[in-house]
Design a binder for this molecule. Structure first.
Ligand code: ADP
Length: 486
């Protein structure tokens, strides 16, 4: 099959969160399994032409944006025989410091940026004569692609057999814009109805993707069910219920070669499940790096996260004093909302010596935290899949998570009686539930045999992208088969 991914992030080119990880791993794995894969991305400022050996293509893509015509140039990077990434260049819209915005907020013209990008992606495929079996779009930034495909491109030769997939990585980010944005897109006003693109008076890119794609997927089975309820549906539960027949939950996975404690160059020293002394060396190094008491007996808690409401930072802040009293150490790496920056900075001053707050995006430090901590915390309010808990398990760091979304599908509570389970799981979004689970985890930590069993279970949990890729390929094939039968 020929499969085209259209997305706003992809590791290692441009990363804000887990979306980039998925795009970094999944297309590559699908290509390895024998399919021809292309990815289309915007050329952001951070995509270094030299570092990534980008090649200029001769083609220019022209698309309308309201009354204007925008011209984009194209660069390409061939990652393997069957995987090529195209970068659409438009310096005014994309050669900027951030990806979606800066710490001051989102860019005000994100509607224009991603309308243009979505249209240009299809134009590019047409221009290059690529006839995709599947166009796989991700999150609101590419939500208009399935609609452009159905309404404007379906009868073009290149796309007659194309099926569109739309994956929800996070339903809370919807790309809702004022109605006038519709005029920029060129869609007919009759599309601006509750059944189609309108969402409470706004033009919703995410809803458009949900309505117009042939298949909708999301990133875990539990989240696929949750988003059809009022509690997690962000107002779109009705639309999702209507699409129930075409809605699938496929768990994300990580590339076990890229996240590997035996080969990870960022670690103080590599380790494997049969060499846990080396993990202890990493822990001591991290304690030293952040001026914490170097003591193997003190449990070290780690967090790597975007600092936004979703991630349970409020719960964490409400519990920090009590955590401090338990004589635990804490290393937090994160960036996001200013109010969390301020609060966490105050806490870091107050508990200097046991709490280290690192306000930045730093992939190398993230790896050291995954590898060196004892317990990895993800007390999220909601979590479509979550990769942090999967990465931490790979590094023998035990996740403590809420029993929701993808966290519930990947972490099972440790059972002292049977020795089964790969982490700790709590349900209620309360400080009491969180701390009581933390106490359980620390008690297990004090028992060396139990903790070793837990590490063994966590490191043997297989959430690799290989499985994810196989499931997507199956679904792509089913979608194609359906066309043949129709
Ligand atoms: P989300 O996609 O909601 O941000 P995930 O758990 O799915 O959450 O994925 C987060 C990804 O981003 C992980 O790879 C994590 O290591 C990375 N990440 C998040 N914050 C930072 C940070 N401040 N520095 C480095 N990596 C980060």
């Amino acid at each position: 099959m020929k499969i085209v991914f259209v997305a706003a992030e992809m590791s290692p080119f441009a990363k804000v969160g887990g979306l980039a990880d998925v795009l970094g791993d999944l297309p590559n794995k699908i290509a390895e399994l024998g399919h021809q894969v292309y990815v289309v991305l915007p050329r952001y400022h951070c995509v270094d032409g030299r570092k990534f050996s980008l090649k200029k293509l001769g083609e220019f893509v022209e698309v309308s944006l309201g009354q204007e015509t925008e011209k984009l140039s194209v660069k390409s990077s061939r990652l393997s025989e069957r995987l090529e990434v195209f970068f659409l260049e438009h310096p005014y819209f994309f050669d900027r410091e951030g990806i979606y915005g800066t710490s001051l907020g989102d860019y005000e013209d994100n509607d224009k940026r991603f309308i243009m990008f979505s249209k240009a992606s299809l134009e590019l495929l047409k221009l290059l004569g690529i006839k995709p079996d599947i166009i796989h779009c991700h999150d609101w930034q590419t939500g208009l692609v399935p609609a452009f495909l159905k309404l404007d491109y379906q009868d073009k030769a290149a796309f007659q057999k194309t099926k569109s997939f739309f994956t929800i990585h996070n339903l809370a980010y919807q790309g809702n814009f004022p109605p006038d944005t519709l005029a920029l897109s060129g869609f007919d006003w009759k599309e601006f109805s509750m059944q189609r693109m309108e969402f409470y008076g706004k033009f919703s890119f995410l809803k458009t993707g949900l309505v117009y794609s042939d298949v909708v997927t999301t990133v875990s089975e539990t989240y696929a069910k949750e988003i059809q309820t009022e509690e997690f549906g962000c107002g779109l539960e009705g639309v999702l219920q209507r699409r129930n027949e075409d809605l699938y939950g496929i768990l994300n996975g990580i590339d076990f070669d890229l996240w590997n404690p035996e080969t990870d160059k960022e670690l103080e020293t590599p380790f494997s499940s049969s060499n846990m002394e080396a993990k202890a060396v990493n822990k001591a190094a991290l304690q030293k790096e952040f001026h914490l008491t170097v003591d193997p007996q003190i449990p070290l808690l780690g967090i790597v996260t975007r600092l936004v409401d979703q991630k349970g930072i409020d719960l964490l802040l409400a519990s920090l004093e009590k955590i401090h009293k338990r004589n635990l150490q804490f290393v937090l790496l994160g960036k996001g909302m200013n109010r969390y920056h301020n609060e966490l900075m105050k806490v870091a001053q107050k508990y200097a010596g046991s709490f280290s707050f690192n306000l930045k995006f730093d992939e190398k430090l993230a790896r050291r935290i995954y590898a060196s901590s004892d317990i990895f915390l993800m007390p999220s309010v909601f979590e479509p899949c979550g990769l942090g808990q999967i990465i931490s398990m790979r590094y023998g760091t035990i996740p403590l998570v809420r029993e929701i979304g993808g966290l519930a599908d990947t972490v099972t509570n440790y059972d002292t009686a049977t020795g089964e389970g790969n982490g700790f799981v709590f349900l209620e979004n309360t400080s009491e539930a969180f701390l009581s689970k933390l106490d359980e985890a620390v008690e297990a930590y004090r028992n060396k045999a139990e903790w070793n069993q837990l590490i063994h279970n966590a490191m043997n949990s297989d959430f690799s992208v290989q499985k994810t890729a196989q499931k997507y390929i199956e679904l792509y094939k089913n979608a194609k088969r359906k066309t043949v039968l129709e």
